[in-house]
Design a protein. Sequence first.
Length: 53
Amino acid sequence: MTRRQLHHARGHDPIKIGGSAFSTFADAEKACDVMLEHLKGLPLNEASSLRSG
C-alpha cells in the first residue's frame, strides 16, 4: 500500500500546497542565503560567495 493509499484509507485527503511563500525571486534568494548560512555555520558574506563561486 502506498503512502497516498494509506492516507486515504485512514479517511484523510492529501494536502495540496500551491503558490510561493515569497513575493519575489529576490526574497526567495535571500531566504536561501540565510538558510545556507545557518546550515553551514558561516557568516552570510562567506555563504553567498559559495553560491557564486
